[in-house]
Design a protein around this ligand. Sequence first.
Ligand code: NAP
Length: 287
Amino acid sequence: MATENCRCAANFSSLWWSRHIRNIVITGASSGLGAALAREYAAPGVSLALIGRDLARLDRVAADSRQKGAKVWTAAIDVRDRAALGAFLLECDASAPLDGLILCAGVTSVTPSPGEVEDLDGAAELFDVNLGGAINAMAPIAPLMRRRRAGRIALFGSIAAFAPPPDCPSYAASKAALVAFGLATRTLYQADNVSVSVVCPGFVDTPMTSSYVSWKPFLVSSEKAARLIRRGLDRRKAIIAFPWPLYFAARLQQFLPQGVGARVLLRHRAFAAGGTGLKADPRTIDS
Ligand SMILES: NC(=O)c1ccc[n+]([C@@H]2O[C@H](COP(=O)([O-])OP(=O)(O)OC[C@H]3O[C@@H](n4cnc5c(N)ncnc54)[C@H](OP(=O)(O)O)[C@@H]3O)[C@@H](O)[C@H]2O)c1
């Protein structure tokens, strides 16, 4: 009996302290941070399921990941398509129980010009992708992770959640919602040894960031961002925010009188380089 208890305790602690995830789903893997994270995690013994809508770009990321020794599956799925996404995730989980869910898929928007308001249809679509897409992916897999008492989930917020720039109210609001959703589920799941982290980057050099023109202080490469995110997930951090000076400034301005914070934020104006940055025409779903 004592030996049995010891074995249980050892199993529990190895599950809790196991730093590395091996069977990983990444949404938004065809570009930017998702692609960089796929390349960061790719290694022998690792299975990656890569999701995006652009199969040609996904295939390029998959080829790089296979070259590094990972087993890779790709699926062109719109994260708003709850049924297709759920079916694919459950299929992945059946072939290798998932222990990592990295939910990068996201779109941004900025106001067309200073003083103008974002297009409301575009704003609704943005919420569907950024918040709805993450929930669509978590819903079928989180209960399985909780039952197995193992798993790590990364949601993608932004430093904009703490210091919302006036140029992209819907984007900042969707990211604030993801921070709240992530922290709430983190508390809910922690008794089951499932760790939820919210990644809050500043400016990372990706196609999303280059789609608008603005001052981009402390711009970080996508490779460096992927390393920081992996380290944060290994440590089961609640919020993985970087670069720290920008995060510190964003949190600090929350304690300033609103007028002062607003004057600082109004100095940051982002202008769309080519439209709103939203992808208006969802591509054909081919799962
Ligand atoms: N870059 C930054 O500075 C920064 C800062 C803070 C937070 N973030 C967040 O980090 C995440 C990744 O951003 P990124 O900079 O890597 O952007 P990105 O280069 O534009 O990549 C976005 C990814 O999301 C996918 N995606 C978009 N809509 C989708 C949909 N409806 N269904 C499935 N996939 C969809 C895209 O795939 P397809 O094109 O193939 O559909 C692409 O792979 C986003 O959530 C973003 O908000 C980025």
